[in-house]
Structures are given as C-alpha cells and as structure tokens.
Design a protein around this ligand. Structure first.
Ligand code: GLA
Length: 584
C-alpha cells in the first residue's frame, strides 16, 4: 500500500523524499472527453500531479440537489488522473475564489441574511458540513492508500486574506478528518505575515501563492512554517481577464526563469494554471474593488496549455526547466493545427420578450424582489410594471446587478450598467409596459461582496414616486425547446436585441472550433444545446472556444441570444483563437 506523508523537510512517498510538481486543471472548466488528453500533456511536460478545486455551487445549484454528471464527475476525473499515472491534490473549499461565480459558494445559502460567510456561524457551518461530507465521501476512497491518486487536501482558500476566525478553520479541519481524509492537510495564503498567520492552524501545513520573487516569498513562508517541505500551491504563471480590459500575458522566458528559481530553492509547486479551460455557461465570477469587473468566458490564463489544450511557448519553456530536475518522457504533444474556418447564415429568430412566458413563471409583487429572492441564482430576469408619463421622467434604481436593458413597450430606451455605476435614465413621455431585462454577469468571487444578491436592488422610482405592482420572471435557459418552437424565418439583415437567432452549420467531422463573435454585440451562444458562455464587444476576447465534443459530423445547431445589436447575421468560425489586445 502506497503511503504519503510529511517527514523532516520533505513530502515522503513510499518512504522516499518526493517533490510535488503539480499543475492545476479544473475538471469543471474542461469537457470530460478532453480530461485524459490534458492530464497526459501535463505528464509529458514533466509534472507528476494534477490539482483541482471543487465548486460547491456547481455541484449543488439548489439546496439538496447534487450534480456529479458530465463535467462535474469529480470521481471520474480523479480516476483519469490515476489512469494517466499522476497524483492529485483536491481543494474542496468551501470557498475557492478561482474567478468562479461567487467563489464557489452557493447563492441560495445567503437568501437567509443570518447566514455567516466563511466563519463559524452555525447556519453556515451546518451547510458547509453537509457539503464537505458529500464531497469528501467522493475523495476519501480515492486517496493514495486506497488505490486512488489523492496525496493532499487543502482546507479553505487564502483564508488569511479574508478572515481570522480560527474556530471556523478548526471546524473545517475536524470535519475533513472525520470524513476519512488521512493524507496531509494544507492551507494556502499570500506570502504576507498577517495572512499566513490568520489563514491556518498549527496542524495544517502552510503553503503560499505567488508568481515571482520566489526566494523572498519562500523565506516569508518559512517563518510561518518552520518545518516540513516548502510549497508554492499557486505559482501564478499567467492571469485572468476582465471584460473591457486587456488580455493578460506574461513573457514565457521570464515565467520559466521564476519557476526555475522556485525549483532551485527546493520547493514543491502547483502551477496555477497548467490548463485553464473555459467558463462555460454562466459560471464566471467577477471582481469588485469599487468598480464591478466581470471575468470573461475564456479561462485560458496564458497557461502552458492553452484553452483548446494546445502547448504554447510557455509549455516548451517549462518543459526545459523541468528537464533539469526530473527525467522527462520522450513523447511530446503535437503542435496546434488550424481549426476549420467557414461561415453559415443565421436563418431564424424570435424576440426574447415574445417567448418570455414560455421560459418561466411570472411572480406579481408590490416590492421589488432580487433574483435570489425568487430562487433564481444565475442568468437573466425580466422585471415589468406599467407606466404612464406625459413629461420626460427619471427612472431610478437603487442598484442594478449587473446590467439592465430598459424597454418601454418593445422600444429599447437605454441600458444601465453596474460597471458604470448607472442607476438612472430619462424616459420620454410614454405609456405602457416598462421592462427591465436584467443580467447577472457573474458573482463577485473575492473580498467582502461575496454572497450579495443579484437583480434589481430597490428602491425603484419614477420621478421620485416608488414603483410597485411588479411582474417578475426568472428566465429559464436550461432548455431551449420553448425558443426552438417559437422561431420564425429571419427576414432582414441584423439582429435587434434582445432576440434569439438560430442557424445550422455542417461539419465533415467533429473538431475544436473558434466562433468569431466580433461582429455581434453582447450575448450568449449555445451549440447543440451546450451553453458556451458569454461574448461582448467590449472584449478583450473575440472568439469563443467550441470543444470538438459538443459538435458532430453533419448538421449542428447554433442559437445565439443577442442582447444589444448586431449588424451581422453570419456565423463565422476562424482558424485560431483571438483573446484580444495585450498591454504591451
Ligand atoms: C488566488 C486564488 C485563486 C485565484 C488566483 C488568481 O490565488 O486562491 O483561486 O483566484 O488568486 O487567479
């Protein structure tokens, strides 16, 4: 039976000192058909371990529901890691940050305002206990000694950057042990004295997160973890992107030199990320340090393996560095080949508002409810009320989370954007139905705004008078069947949003594709019913990644929800991704 432990200054595997050379791959950001390919490419680069977070809110989208299907099959992912001859590190949170919606915490948990966030508040602890028991029941039998790949489990995530509730960390640690986890437990914190102090307990092995100045950062870590192996649990080899900003890249030779310095210092490492993947659907998080900044759909991260699983210059540079420390397999992964490039027309369309009734149930209420209060935790909601104004009037909303299209009747009169701190708009003299189509653009994943509700936050007033008699509809987009039934031939060029449109395209064989969205406005795309995520003129990303596994030889269906306006009704696939402009 294999053993893994901490002894002296080392991790020890089967009695021998062992250096962890790990790379992060989030199973929930990669199509399951691609898991083995990505994991194998990690081994071919010289890594011996795969690290993943576990996103609680994806596994439990509503209280009591538990989803481990498809992209969420953690047990299967860990078995693929074993099959590829690698070890695994699991970081179940409950908070994971990760540029993931709400940092992985389920939004439904916070509809009760008494529930604490990331602290030893009894209601939060009760929910976390149930979650951890469930996840760790998957992980425990896949620990190394049991024939699985798991050698480390992390408690919380960068907790010292958020709180200092040691009782909370004690409860999580005891729960983890009580759930049968026997491998060493770690914590990770940014290498600052207060964070390393607040984020851990004496019986947890402290590690650090950073992407440069390794020697200095390891010295800081050493002050707080005087014994045992040094480990950088998140070596930031790239960075994430926000809509409206530039695409982040780091020079591969500089990043490789930083990695070499870390390994020269004798440390173990987890590359964050080895392969970032995609924020499919509505899974992206957001930042807010005074300005709300949602994360883009691609989680390419400028990682060694790109979003489509192809090796980059960084991959080859890291492989050369790793060759100085370990024996590498002879095999190397193939270089990227161009994806099929072609166009197809959008042929059918239907305005969102004309199918709204088929996508959810209306609720009538005098008080303005949040989306969360309606049990709707992602995507879109429609708010309607009747207005009658003879003079230009000011519509004012307490706060828009996160973007509202304002329509009177079917006429689009403006958009309120949270990232611009918009909260008021002038309405021309009008009479009829006022509609606000509100998009949750992703919940904040870092800092004090975690757990805040989405939708319209009141009061909503018209010339100072509070609006009431609201009809509110959570827009259900899990099935597009009601939209398909309503499509009619598209008879004019251009898409006047908010509108669904559809087209089909033929493929000789399934292949990874890059959908060029640069001619469209803002919206969401599905191919064969699979939600590929959001696009937006603001960029930086201009293409959406389509994994080969969601298309097939023959006819394929594309549905787009265009919210704004698109002069183009053409579907365009291009040979290579365009993640946008960089700042150098
Ligand atoms: C921190 C978090 C990660 C991720 C990175 C930035 O290290 O622990 O989850 O958010 O920052 O990509």
């Amino acid at each position: 039976m294999s053993t893994f432990e901490i002894a002296g200054d080392d991790f020890v595997l089967d009695g021998e000192p062992f250096r962890i050379l790990s790379g992060a791959i989030h199973y929930f950001r990669v199509h399951p058909d691609d898991w083995a390919d990505r994991i194998r490419k990690a081994r071919l680069m010289g890594l011996n371990t795969i690290e993943t977070y576990v996103p609680w809110n994806a596994h439990e989208p509503h209280p009591g529901e538990w989803d481990v299907s498809g992209r969420l099959d953690l047990a299967r992912f860990l078995r693929v890691v074993t099959d590829e001859g690698m070890y695994a590190i699991v970081r179940p949170g409950p908070y994971i940050c990760a540029e993931w919606d709400n940092g992985g915490l389920p939004a439904w948990l916070f509809t009760d305002p008494e529930v604490g966030v990331r602290r030893s508040e009894p209601k939060f602890v009760a929910a976390v206990s149930a979650y951890l028991e469930r996840v760790l029941a998957i992980v425990a039998p896949l620990q190394l000694g049991e024939g699985g790949p798991v050698i480390l489990v992390q408690v919380e995530n960068e907790y010292g950057a958020y709180g200092d509730d040691k009782e909370y960390l004690r409860i999580l640690t005891d729960l983890t042990r009580a759930s049968g986890i026997v491998v060493p437990l770690t914590t990770v914190d940014q290498p600052q004295d207060d964070m390393l102090e607040n984020g851990s307990l004496p019986d947890l092995h402290k590690t650090a997160s950073f992407g440069s100045r390794s020697v200095e950062r390891l010295a800081t870590l050493r002050r707080h973890q005087p014994t045992g192996p040094l480990m950088c649990s998140e070596f930031w080899d790239g960075w994430f992107d926000n809509w409206g900003a530039h695409h982040h890249t780091t020079p591969f030779d500089q990043t490789a030199a930083d990695l070499e310095a870390l390994l020269d210092a004798g440390a173990s490492v987890n590359l964050y990320m080895f392969h970032g993947g995609t924020n499919f659907g509505f899974t992206n998080g957001a930042n807010d340090k005074g300005v709300y900044q949602p994360i883009v759909t691609s989680y390419d991260y400028d990682a060694p393996l790109d979003e489509a699983g192809n090796p980059t210059a960084k991959y080859w540079a890291f492989r050369e560095v790793l060759a100085k420390f370990v024996d590498l397999p002879d095999e190397v992964p193939p270089a990227a080949t161009p994806a099929p490039s072609f166009t197809a027309p959008l042929t059918d369309a239907v305005p969102l508002l004309s199918v709204a009734d088929r996508l959810g149930e209306w609720t009538w209420t005098d008080d303005l409810p949040t989306m969360d209060a309606l049990g709707h935790y992602t995507g879109f909601a429609i708010y309607q009320t009747e207005i009658d104004v003879a003079e230009p009037a000011v519509l004012s909303i307490g706060e828009v989370r996160d973007r509202a299209h304002v329509l009177v009747g079917t006429a689009h009169v403006g958009t309120l954007d949270r990232d611009h701190h918009d909260h008021a708009i002038t309405l021309a003299p009008s009479r009829g139905t006022l509609t606000l189509l509100v998009e949750d653009q992703g919940r904040v994943d870092y800092g004090p705004r975690i757990g805040e509700p989405k939708g319209l936050i009141g009061p909503a007033t018209l010339d100072g008078e509070e609006l009431s008699r609201w009809a509110v509809l959570p827009v259900g987009l899990e099935s597009l069947e009601p939209v398909r039934e309503a499509f009619a031939p598209l008879e004019k060029p251009g898409l006047a949003g908010p509108v669904f449109a559809r087209g089909t395209f033929d493929l000789a064989e399934a292949a990874d594709l890059f959908l060029d969205t640069s001619a469209w406005g803002k919206g969401v795309v599905w191919i064969n019913g699979s939600n590929l995520g959001r696009y937006w003129t603001r960029g930086p990303q201009r293409t959406l990644f389509v994994p080969a596994a969601v298309v097939a030889a023959g006819a394929n269906e594309l549905i787009v929800l265009e919210l704004d306006a698109s002069p183009s009704t053409t579907i365009t696939f291009v040979e290579a991704p365009s993640l946008g402009h960089t700042d150098f």
